[in-house]
Design a protein around this ligand. Structure first.
Ligand code: A3P
Length: 272
């Protein structure tokens, strides 16, 4: 017998593509992929598979909000849609554009030690260049130019969290930007994810049993619906050993910026 109510509630047509209620804005190499994949375990969260680059790339932004919405996964009304594009955090235009779309968008920002982030950023570019048979320079030669710290180096600039954060705080109140500690997420993911669930006002559904430590990879991997998987091999690559003087110069440069950042966000982190 045809039962209208039942057949309607079972219809996938009640699922639709929504603009994200929450966005992971960065930072590049902060652990954005790990955060997105881990949040995807939650049954009330759906995630965009690829980086969308809507708010930071003019040629995409000009395509309009419908173009953006069409890149989002199907979701049911009780679900939260999340996309991640690490370039948003350091984009001058992204804060205002996201605010224009929806001023109540919940922002997620995952950060790690700024010096460690520079090395991770360098390592990614290093591998990309190796793969396309381009020459690679040691990190020390890029970071130090003519005996002084090369503050023009993009990877260094991206680690000036105070500078970028001040841009976001022009448009969003601090309590609408949840900061995930990327160093902690590596070592012990669950407590950091619990805080995100609370921030997104979702019931706690991600469990310790969703993670297992993979000793070969040296990182936590994911277990969900009976499947086990680690992040892509480009995530969690060994870093080069960096000359200790260069490391000390980077740390000294970031120290003041970090202090400013801590007072801006009313929270401090265990960065060197
Ligand atoms: P490294 O590859 O330098 O170690 P992003 O996704 O933003 O590019 O960040 C990549 C970083 O995520 C990696 O940097 C790694 O340290 C971190 N990460 C956090 N949790 C991870 C996990 N469970 N598996 C792999 N990498 C993880």
């Amino acid at each position: 017998v045809y039962n209208e109510t039942e057949s309607h509630s079972a219809q996938p047509s009640s699922a639709s593509q929504m603009i994200p209620q929450s966005i992971i804005i960065g930072v590049r190499k902060g652990g954005t992929r790990a955060l997105l994949e881990m949040l995807d375990i939650h049954s009330d969260i759906v995630v965009a598979a690829t980086e969308v680059h809507f708010f930071d790339w003019d040629e995409n932004y000009e395509k309009g909000l419908e173009w953006y919405r069409n890149l989002m996964p199907l979701s049911y009304p009780h679900q939260t849609t999340i996309e991640k594009t690490p370039g948003y955090f350091t984009s001058a235009k992204a804060p205002e554009r996201i605010h224009d779309m929806n001023s109540s968008t919940k922002l997620l920002l995952i950060l790690r030690d700024p010096t460690e982030r520079v090395i991770s950023d360098y390592t990614q570019v290093y591998y990309n260049r190796l793969e396309s048979h381009k020459s690679v320079q040691p990190i020390e030669e890029i970071v130090i130019k003519n005996g002084v710290l090369n503050t023009k180096y993009k990877a260094v600039q991206r680690s000036l969290y105070d500078f970028h954060m001040s841009n976001w705080l022009k448009y969003f109140p601090l309590d609408q930007i949840h900061i995930v500690d990327g160093d902690t997420l590596i070592r012990n993911p669950l407590p950091e994810l619990r805080k995100v669930e609370t921030f997104l006002k979702l019931p706690p559904r991600i469990m310790a049993s969703n993670f297992y430590f993979n000793h070969t990879k040296g990182f936590y991997c994911l277990r969900n619906d009976g499947r086990e998987r680690c992040l892509h091999e480009s995530k969690g690559r060994p870093h080069p050993v960096v000359n200790s003087t260069v490391l000390a110069e980077l740390r000294a440069y970031f120290r003041e910026h970090n202090e400013r950042f801590f007072s801006m966000v009313k929270k401090s982190f265990n960065w060197h």
